[in-house]
Design a protein around this ligand. Structure first.
Ligand SMILES: NC(=O)c1ccc[n+]([C@@H]2O[C@H](COP(=O)([O-])OP(=O)(O)OC[C@H]3O[C@@H](n4cnc5c(N)ncnc54)[C@H](OP(=O)(O)O)[C@@H]3O)[C@@H](O)[C@H]2O)c1
Length: 300
């Protein structure tokens, strides 16, 4: 068993990005913006992470915040300003949005070439058509983690648990593009363990702490754990304490798996680096280089 070291992989991606940034024409900056609507704790934490990472890498950073009661017209106006800003090459609206603000109403307004999380229908549609442009960063991070194990996905049984448009479906498509045989599971799947037990690779993205147990995988499987769950417990002093756990029961699963991503320090770290990578891709796309960089990243 070995852990896939997400922090080390993220550091490699960042080193590569630094080289690419140094090669940009003189005076050419690259910038990203986040849009935080409301006061969701997780979204606010993620915003801080992105700001620290982007600025530490020399990216321009624009912080736009709207109150929880912002109207759709105000949200669209903020997005339109970022769309028109030549210093902003990537826009990341932070989810979850406040109640009453539909994902589509926000995402549809993004200019597809600045959609660095790859959620605009144009970008998801292109992924479906096998002609990707900006790829959802978490799904891309899963493939980067798999590549670190040197597994050849061609012909392998890949089982993805979770079918969200943000993680499960795009990662399934990316594995399919690598010629894996892909099975997508969800909350209505009957006998989930029947599928996971025969998988060469299990990717779990459901948001249920420690859901995937050792009995649910076969010896030597590769496990990619996307889940980020906050688990609270009571300390010896009776005080509440918490920690991040994944969707897999990491220690027990690790004893059977060939490889597993830890939580924290796994997919999350790689995802953030992929988001910056997407911002550089967005810059290239806005300059007219529409296909080549993405195809290169898919390894095809
Ligand atoms: N590391 C990162 O960078 C990153 C990025 C994004 C998300 N995440 C984490 O990944 C997890 C999933 O995120 P998400 O946005 O994809 O969540 P989501 O939109 O809530 O989707 C969850 C998916 O899991 C399925 N599911 C829920 N309970 C299940 C069960 N008991 N058995 C089988 N399937 C079940 C749901 O099935 P139905 O469709 O049938 O309801 C749904 O397809 C969360 O913990 C999230 O925090 C991490």
């Amino acid at each position: 068993m070995a852990f896939i070291d997400g922090k080390a992989i993220a550091a490699e991606i960042k080193a590569r990005l630094a080289v690419q940034m140094a090669a940009l024409p003189a005076g050419q900056g690259v910038g990203l913006a986040t849009l935080l609507i409301g006061d969701d704790y997780g979204a606010a934490q993620y915003r801080g992470q992105i700001e620290r990472l982007a600025t530490s890498m020399g990216f321009g950073y624009t912080d736009v915040r709207l109150p929880p009661a912002a109207t759709l017209a105000e949200i669209h106006a903020a997005l339109d300003r970022l769309a028109a800003d030549p210093a902003v090459h990537g826009i990341l609206p932070l989810r979850p949005f406040p109640k009453g603000v539909g994902d589509e109403a926000v995402i549809d307004r993004l200019p597809p070439l600045k959609d660095i999380d790859g959620f605009h229908p144009d970008n998801l549609g292109r992924l479906l058509l096998d002609a990707p442009r900006l790829i959802p960063s978490t799904a891309r991070a899963c493939l980067v983690a798999l590549d670190a194990t040197h597994i050849d996905l061609q012909g392998k049984e890949v089982v993805v648990v979770g079918r969200s448009a943000t993680v499960g479906k795009p990662v399934a498509l990316l594995c399919l593009a690598r010629h894996a045989t892909v099975t997508l599971l969800h909350s209505r799947t009957l006998d989930l363990a029947f599928h996971t037990r025969r998988a060469d690779v299990v990717i779990v993205a459901i948001g249920r702490p420690r859901f995937l147990t050792a009995e649910m995988i076969r010896d030597g499987a590769v496990v990619i754990d996307v889940g980020i769950n906050w688990e609270e417990s009571e300390g010896v002093d009776g005080q509440k304490q918490g920690r991040l756990v994944g969707d897999a029961d990491t220690e027990a699963v690790a004893a059977r798996a060939a490889w597993i991503t830890p939580v924290p320090g796994g997919i999350g770290a790689i995802t953030n680096a992929c988001l910056l990578e997407n911002t550089l891709t967005a810059l290239a796309l806005q300059g007219g280089d529409r296909e080549s960089s993405v195809r290169a990243r898919l390894g095809r």
